[in-house]
Write a protein that binds this ligand. Structure first.
Ligand SMILES: [Zn+2]
Ligand SMILES: [Zn+2]
Length: 350
């Protein structure tokens, strides 16, 4: 059994059914698993999942305060842009392209720190990173932690039900997990502490980081626009934190196999598709990304806006990033240019 086959905590309903096909649990089973894996009283190793959802729920009162006491259309727009564009793009820059795929290298710890804290801290790095390696290794196969064929809820609850690392890794495999996380700068548990807490992240430092990160940003937003702006942006973050959990289902075409379009979705090894909205607000051109996962740019065609790529480029210009990978040239040479030439030859639309 390879490392990626057992690095994630197996759900009680398993990854496969008895015939080896994807195990598709009922909604009731998915919700039951979700509740049991958030229960910190039954098992303290549930702490990181619990804390992650606690942060999501803690954002909701800010939205209520905003609507009840401070509502303004301008701040609502600010909240929308902050959550959709800034937080969306930040997720791509930090969790996806840096922490998981190492598509670029920071020149020093300062820029890594700035980038990590560029928006409200919500998603724990290890829950995103380790499971995302499994996602690429097993896209749309059993074991894919957010396999879209499992249905909407299978993906929506994945960060609790399917993405946390296994609690029963041996020391060798735990060290391999640390190897996948080392460059992120997350302070990690040693093996003995992992056996106690079931996570890479240390509880005390994780909580301190959250308090400082949210405190800092609330202070900045307050200075810019009072409690009204601060509550609008924190409230907007609630909708992002919920909405982002729908991406993996949509980004793999809701499990449907015939959604990839000629001239747009060149990767046909899985069900991933390029979509305009996640592309424009977060640089997530997901079909392109599955073709070239370690590229710091995913928007390869002229209309495929990629704000995350612009951030990485700006950091390179000012010295915050020392190097990056860019697969646009290979993409054009191997896929797009031959496709366009073929269409021209046959007189079809380009
Ligand atoms: Zn994918
Ligand atoms: Zn990826």
């Amino acid at each position: 059994m390879s490392f990626l086959d057992h690095v994630l905590e197996r759900p009680s309903y398993g990854w496969t059914d008895t015939s080896g096909a994807l195990s598709v649990p009922s909604k009731r089973k998915l919700l039951g698993e979700f509740v049991s894996r958030l229960n910190v009283f039954s098992n303290r190793k549930n702490w990181l999942s619990f804390f992650s959802w606690f942060k999501v729920v803690a954002l909701l009162p800010f939205f209520v305060f905003f609507v009840v006491f401070h509502f303004s259309w301008l701040f609502l727009l600010a909240g929308f842009l902050y959550s959709m564009v800034l937080m969306g793009t930040h997720g791509t820059i930090w969790h996806h392209r840096y922490c998981t795929h190492r598509a670029y290298v920071f020149s020093n710890r300062f820029w890594r720190f700035v980038t990590r804290n560029l928006s409200l801290k919500i998603i724990p790095e290890e829950i995103y990173v380790i499971s995302h390696h499994v996602h690429h290794a097993k896209s749309d196969q059993p074991g894919d932690p957010y396999n879209a064929s499992g249905g909407f809820l299978y993906c929506f609850l994945a960060d609790v039900n399917h993405q946390p690392i296994s609690r029963s890794l041996d020391e060798k495999d735990y060290n391999r997990v640390l190897g996948l996380m080392k460059h992120t700068g997350v302070r990690s548990n040693d093996f003995r502490q992992y056996q106690k807490w079931g996570s890479v992240a240390r509880p005390s430092q994780t909580i301190l980081h959250w308090v400082l990160n949210w405190g800092f940003w609330y202070g900045v937003f307050y200075l810019l626009g009072g409690h009204g702006l601060a509550c609008a942006l924190f409230g907007g973050a609630f909708f992002w934190a919920v909405g982002v959990r729908t991406f993996n289902y949509e980004g793999h075409a809701k499990g449907e196999k015939d959604k990839q379009r000629d001239g747009i979705d060149y990767n046909r090894h899985d069900n991933s598709i390029n979509q305009l909205w996640p592309g424009y607000v977060a640089g997530e051109w997901h079909n392109n990304h599955h073709l070239y996962p370690s590229s710091a740019r995913s928007g390869f065609l002229p209309y495929q806006l990629d704000l995350a790529w612009y951030y990485i480029r700006v950091l390179k210009l000012i010295g915050g990033v020392s190097s990056y990978k860019d697969s646009r040239k290979q993409f054009l040479e191997r896929y797009h240019t031959p496709f366009v030439a073929g269409r021209r030859r046959t007189g079809g639309e380009v």
